[in-house]
Design a binder for this molecule. Sequence first.
Ligand SMILES: [Zn+2]
Length: 282
Amino acid sequence: MPELPEVETVRRQLEPEVVGATITSLTVSDPRWSTPLAPEELGDVVVGRRVLALRRRGKYLDWVLEGEVHLLMHLRMTGTLLLDPGEDYAHTRVELTLDESRRLLFVDPRRFGTGQLVVGDRELDSFYATRLGVEPFDESFTPALLRALARGRRGPIKSFLLDQRQIAGIGNIYADEALFRTGVHPLRPAGALRPTDYARLRDAIREVLSAGIDAQGASIDDFRHLDGARGSFQDRFLVHRREGEPCVVCGTTIRKLVVGGRGTYVCERCQPAPRRRRSVAA
Ligand SMILES: [Zn+2]
């Protein structure tokens, strides 16, 4: 599933191609994509508008159009954007034309991707406020903030990291990689880390997301660049999807657990499991 680095990769590739262009047609062949708007309702608003900017917030791609119109695309599990493809693709749910000459396809076999319309910059702030927490590269994302967000939370730190309302943009890959680099077991209660762990975790989150962006994302399933090419961060995973392989630090065999329903990879020597609660305090 595309996470912050994958969406940022697409944004950086797409930005120079689309900013300044006008959306000249929008064909939504799967009405689920634009729900609650019907495809024609969405088209009525966006067609004819110029693209002023292409932004990212969390895993959302924000097409900033004239008149404070925002078309928010979310790739969810299997969404891919392809620009000027030489052929047609199965599972194309949306086709957008820019300046009557360039084609952009939203291809999405599992059909969870979305295109939502938000009109008004203030409305955009409200839209994000109920869905997304702090942006990992924002200067407000300090170790103290991370610790404050986690305070009192007994659920696993891994699940906390995946909660978009806490920190925006982290998914299964980057959560595993950040926890490994921090030496924190994914099942540790989020609110019970040592103060120094929050500082190291904050740094590790930024480090793995930056590395993911530098590698132009990870292509473990459907994620592709605008031209169909694959990212390369999957070749640099230290724990994710490495079950049965030796830990790069200590040689211990990487294990796969399930945390909050998600496959989770851990070196239980580098990331000691939380101690079981004792019924009698020592
Ligand atoms: Zn290890």
